[in-house]
Design a protein around this ligand. Sequence first.
Ligand code: TMP
Ligand code: MG
Length: 211
Amino acid sequence: DAGSKSGRGALVVLEGLDRSGKSSQCARLLSYLEGQGCRAEGWRFPDRGTCVGQMISAYLANESQLDDRTIHLLFSANRWEKRALMESKLLGGTTLIVDRYSYSGVAFSAAKGLDIQWCKAPDVGLIAPDLVIYLDVQPEKAAERGGYGGERYEKIEFQKRVADHYHSLRDSTWKVVDGSLPMETVEEHLRELATNCIQECQEKPLTNLTW
Ligand code: TMP
Ligand code: MG
């Protein structure tokens, strides 16, 4: 009975290339956890519902042009504006399943050639995830999936560079799941990883991201 005790919620982040299956898997994981009686919410970054998020959304749709560092800082600001709510949800016992976080911020901006340390700096002090699940899919495979190419970064050569940067960001909180396995198999892996994480972090204090 994951999360039914009185401890804090877990911050579980899913990362991966565009069209790696993150959003579908987040939704499946969330409904599984809810079915288990676990208090959980699905979040995503960018959160396009805020003013900052609308600027990001217009940029991604190629409806506006922004300097590379400017858009990087907007993505970070979009996480900062949600930090207080994130903290109160977690401390109140709600687990958050988050589709993209600071690792997307660094991997995508670094793939444009920005300095990695510069990219990491604005996210220092955000809440550190308890678990990062990386859905590993070859850029070529992702590109075959429906809806590809609609937004700014959905180009194979660019996604290959993003994948390299994701690789260099992996640390002890990361679990890599082969996203090319059947959907049900991936789902099963995610259930197990998330359930264990939720149980293990109930009594652990929240920490901040330091990289
Ligand atoms: P989405 O498709 O998950 O909504 O993400 C939109 C795009 O934004 C995706 O190509 C990844 C990119 N991105 C960044 O470049 N920096 C960030 O900080 C985040 C969260 C996403
Ligand atoms: Mg997308």
